[in-house]
Ligand binder design. Structure first.
Ligand code: NAD
Length: 324
C-alpha cells in the first residue's frame, strides 16, 4: 500500500520542500495552504487552498486516514515581522486557531501520527543575553520567558499537542526549529529572515557598495539548511522519541560574520552600515545533545555550504526583478 501524508503549510518555504522530499520517498501527498507555493509548482498529488483557522475546513482536509500529518502552517516571518509588535495579535490568534482546529480534526479522524513545528523562539530570553554562550537545551524552556508573542504561541501549542498525546492517545512529535534557510523561501516580502535578507542586500549592490544591518551585527545565531531540517524532521517523526527536540545547527555566527560569508560566496566586498531595527535575543545557538542522544543523528553541513546553494537562487530572483 502506498503511504500517505498530509502537509499543512505546503505553500510555504519548509512545507513545499517537505512535499518534494515525501514525493521522492514514494508517498501520496496532500498539501494544504492559504496559497500555492510562490516559486515553483507544487509536487503534491492533491493541493487544497483552505484556511485552517476554520474547523470545518480542517475536518474536510483530514477526510482520510493519513499515515503521517505534518502541521507547519503558521502566521510567521523573520525579525521584521515577529519583533515589531505590530503583528502580535494576528500571530497569536491565527496560529493558535490553526493548531487547535487541525489537532482536534486529526484526533476525531483517527490520525495516528502528527508532527508539529515549534521554534527556538520558545526559549527564555534570560538564557540568551550573552551572545557567546546562549543556552537552549530542551529542558531550559522553563521557567518560560520567550521574548516574542510568536514564541509564547509556539509554547502553548507544544503543550496542546502533548495533551492530545497524553489524553487521547495521538502519537505526537514536536521539533523546535532554529532559523531554517534555503532557496524558494521569502526573500523580499517583509517575512524574510536574516540569511535571505542579507543574500538579497549583497546581490543588489555592486562590489564596494554598502548594505544595512539591523543592530551592531554582534548578535549571534545559527542557521540550518532546509534539507537537513527535513532529514531531522523525518527521523524524528518516525522515531520513538516524542520531543520537543531542537532541530538546528550548532555553528553559531554573528550577523556580521554571516554577512562576511555571503560576501565571500558572492565574490564581493561590501561595507556594513549598522542601523536600529528589530533584533530579538542577543545570542542563540542550537544545543544538539538531546537529538544526538535520542536519534543518533544531528545536522553537520556547514553554513557556508548551505549559503552557497542559497545565494545563487536569490541572485537569480534579484536579476529577474531588475529585468522586469
Ligand atoms: P512559511 O511562512 O513559509 O510557511 C507557513 C505557511 O503557512 C505559509 O505558506 C502560510 O500561507 C500558511 N498559512 C498561514 N496561515 C494559514 C491558514 N490560516 N491556513 C492555511 N495555511 C496557512 O514558514 P516556514 O518557514 O515554512 O515555516 C514552517 C513552520 O516552521 C512554521 O510553523 C514556523 O513557525 C516553523 N518554524 C520555522 C522556522 C524557520 O526558520 N523557517 C523556525 C522555527 C519554526
Amino acid at each position: 500500500m502506498q503511504k500517505t501524508a498530509l502537509v499543512c503549510g505546503a505553500g510555504g518555504f519548509i512545507g513545499s520542500h517537505l512535499v518534494k522530499r515525501l514525493k521522492r520517498e514514494g508517498f501520496w501527498v496532500r498539501g494544504v495552504d492559504l496559497k500555492y507555493p510562490q516559486f515553483a509548482p507544487t509536487e503534491a498529488d492533491d493541493f487544497l487552498v483552505a484556511d485552517l483557522r476554520d474547523p470545518v475546513n480542517c475536518r474536510a482536509v483530514v477526510d482520510r486516514g493519513f499515515d503521517e500529518v505534518y502541521q507547519l502552517a503558521a502566521d510567521m516571518g523573520g525579525a521584521g515581522f515577529v519583533f515589531t509588535g505590530e503583528n502580535d495579535a494576528d500571530i497569536m490568534h491565527n496560529s493558535a486557531l490553526i493548531n487547535l482546529n487541525m489537532l482536534d480534526a486529526c484526533y476525531k479522524r483517527n490520525v495516528k501520527r502528527i508532527f508539529y513545528s515549534s521554534s527556538a523562539c520558545i526559549y527564555p530570553e534570560y538564557n540568551q543575553l550573552n551572545p557567546d554562550d546562549p543556552k537552549t537545551s530542551e529542558e531550559s524552556a522553563y521557567p518560560a520567558a520567550p521574548d516574542s508573542e510568536y514564541g509564547w504561541e509556539k509554547l502553548f501549542s507544544e503543550r496542546l499537542y502533548l495533551t492530545y498525546q497524553r489524553n487521547h492517545g495521538l502519537t505526537v512529535r514536536v521539533a523546535r526549529y532554529h532559523n531554517i534557510f534555503g532557496p524558494e523561501g521569502s526573500w523580499r516580502d517583509g517575512r524574510e529572515k536574516a540569511p535571505a535578507a542579507l543574500c538579497r542586500k549583497v546581490a543588489e549592490v555592486a562590489d564596494g557598495g554598502t548594505i544595512e544591518i539591523w543592530g551592531d551585527g554582534k548578535q549571534t545565531r545559527s542557521f540550518l539548511y532546509v534539507d537537513e531540517c527535513l532529514e531531522g524532521t523525518l527521523r524524528l517523526m518516525r522515531s520513538d522519541w516524542t520531543g520537543p527536540v531542537n532541530i538546528g545547527s550548532e555553528e553559531m555566527v554573528s550577523i556580521n560574520q554571516l554577512a562576511q560569508i555571503i560576501m565571500e560566496i558572492a565574490g564581493k566586498q561590501v561595507n556594513l552600515k549598522h542601523i536600529p531595527g528589530p533584533l530579538g535575543v542577543r545570542g542563540r545557538n542550537s544545543d544538539n545533545h538531546l537529538i544526538m542522544q535520542k536519534l543518533g543523528w544531528k545536522p553537520t553541513e556547514s553554513l557556508k555550504t548551505g549559503l552557497a546553494k542559497t545565494y545563487p537562487w536569490i541572485q537569480a530572483q534579484v536579476d529577474a526583478l531588475k529585468k522586469k
